[in-house]
Design a protein. Sequence first.
Length: 127
Amino acid sequence: MSRQTISKWETDETLPDIRQSKRLAVLYGLSLDELIEFDIDVKEIQEVIDRTSGETTDKINRTKVWGKKYPVLVRYRKEVETEYYNTELSRLLDNLRKKYGYDELDAFLVLKDILAALWKNRKKKQD
């Protein structure tokens, strides 16, 4: 491949053909799907997450950070009866721990993932 060809890909003038795409996927150790779906922003975020220690993660005030983008995270505590939701979520977490043998962190992560999937599905239905 010439420098000009690669330059045209980088400037979105052209795209690699299927043979070139297959070679690129092999070169970078990706499937064709991964190559097509590659997003530099997501990759950069993943690299930051991978480099961040647990100690640093614990120092992050997520409500403050995400609250800038989603103000409801700052104000909901004054509006919502959180004790009810704490009780219900604790019940769900305990169920995950007992039924599947997850530790506390794993149960939280699984519940978070279930909520994220639910959010995606509901969002699709609205669109």
